[in-house]
Design a protein around this ligand. Structure first.
Ligand SMILES: *Cc1c(COP(=O)(O)O)cnc(C)c1O
Length: 406
């Protein structure tokens, strides 16, 4: 655990963690019990830490002695969450932050400088596009957005000064797949770091670091919490990057994760594997069900045979994910009619929740984009994004059938 004492017990704990399989790491990774021997992870709701002497304070501030200093820099509950995430991802190190957007922003800003170039896939979460298109250029950073599915475009758009590549796969909301290994190879030719927003795939379904990516970011708000309670985010990668490039940026800019939220996320991780597998089973069945309903013109789900990149999706993801997107007849009016008739599934822009949530990306998450750019991304006026929850499939099917019957 970063910033804490390296006792004998901890060393053997780490050694054991290394051999555990994912489901065990999700439940026990990073766990360090206090002297009370509590079974559940302790919640250290404290902003500061006391020192036994003035000399001890001095040594800790000089980073010459282990231990926590201030919760903006590190906190035992947050560190447990970071260690557990790193163990699951197979990353050397991780830092947790207050939201997914704090993670995306910090992953980019901690390493970029004026004169750098950033290359990104066009199909991104709306706020990620805002950072790349609106914020970075204000600081003298050039950015290029391309169609992420076209490898020739990655090859032709990369420049000698490309410092970072940013992408999301599957993408939100059109579930486009980017070939991670191929893009990582292109990035290596100029020494660019590949940052993957792995929210839709989760650490259970896809391991970007094994495919050659350098940095993985998460919104823990989504599947990691999984029950719609807390915001959170994380950045994972090599120890040198996390400790020497990212950590100073986080320490001095302060997007810290609350220990309480870290504790909720730890409890979320314990059931992540179970939940994700059930989400995926439900989503795959709902996708096939929707495809058989008359008003549905198109269903997008990565593991369906009619997904144009099904083979790539199956090669780099274990299952198809929790999100199904579909286009209904009648454009915006058709889509709004369906939303307003739903009785069980909630209209909400969150995803990865135990509750099934549905939204109309064109007027919510992606409303900032001009209509032509939305259409270029395949976000039609009738497109709906459904995050399939953990309810009984028969109830979900009944609700969708009646909402789409009119
Ligand atoms: C939700 C989301 C984010 C942002 O996460 P927050 O926790 O809401 O800040 C970033 N990327 C993707 C793909 C997301 O779905």
């Amino acid at each position: 655990m970063s910033g804490n004492g390296e006792s004998q017990g901890q060393d053997s704990q780490t050694a054991r963690t290394r051999n555990w399989r994912t489901a065990t790491r999700l439940v026990r990774g990073g766990l360090q019990r206090s002297g009370f021997g509590e079974t559940s992870e302790a919640l250290y709701l404290t902003s500061g830490f006391r020192y036994d002497s003035a000399e001890a304070a001095e040594a800790r501030f000089r980073n010459e002695a282990p231990g926590f200093v201030y919760s903006r820099f590190g906190n035992p509950t947050v560190a447990t969450f970071e260690d557990r995430l790193a163990a699951i991802e197979g990353a050397e190190a991780a830092k947790a932050v207050a939201s997914g957007m704090a993670a995306v922003n910090a992953a980019l800003m901690c390493q970029l400088k004026a004169g750098d170039h950033v290359l990104a896939a066009r199909a991104l979460f709306g706020s990620c596009r805002y950072i790349i298109e609106d914020i970075l250029p204000r600081f003298g950073i050039k950015t290029t957005l391309i169609d992420g599915a076209d490898l020739d475009l990655w090859r032709s758009a990369i420049r000698p000064n490309t410092a970072c590549i940013f992408l999301e796969t599957p993408s939100n909301p059109t579930l486009e797949i980017v070939d991670l290994a191929a893009v990582a190879a292109i990035a290596r030719s100029v020494g660019a770091r590949v940052i993957v927003d792995n929210v839709f795939a989760t650490p259970i379904l896809q391991k970007p670091l094994e495919l050659g990516a350098d940095i993985v970011v998460y919104s823990a708000t989504k599947h990691i919490d999984g029950q719609g309670r807390c915001l959170g985010g994380a950045i994972l990668g090599r120890r040198d990057f996390i400790e020497n490039t990212l950590t100073p940026y986080l320490r001095h800019t302060g997007p810290s994760l609350s220990p309480f939220n870290a504790w909720v996320m730890l409890k979320g991780l314990e059931t992540l594997d179970l939940r994700i597998r059930q989400h995926c089973r439900n989503a795959a069945e709902i996708a096939d069900f929707l495809a058989g309903l008359a008003p549905v013109e198109r269903v997008i789900y990565p593991f369906r045979p009619d997904h144009p990149q099904q083979n790539l999706a199956r090669a780099q993801m274990e299952l198809g994910g929790a999100v199904v997107s579909f286009e209904v007849a009648g454009g915006k009016a058709g889509a709004f009619g369906c939303l307003n008739r739903l009785q069980l599934i909630d209209i909400s822009n969150n995803l990865g929740d135990a509750k099934s949530l549905i939204c109309h990306p064109g007027t919510t998450t992606h409303q900032r984009l001009p209509a032509e750019e939305r259409h270029r991304l395949g976000i039609g006026d009738g497109l709906l994004r459904l995050s399939v929850g953990l309810e009984d499939l028969a109830d979900l099917k009944e609700d969708l059938a009646q909402a789409l019957a009119a």
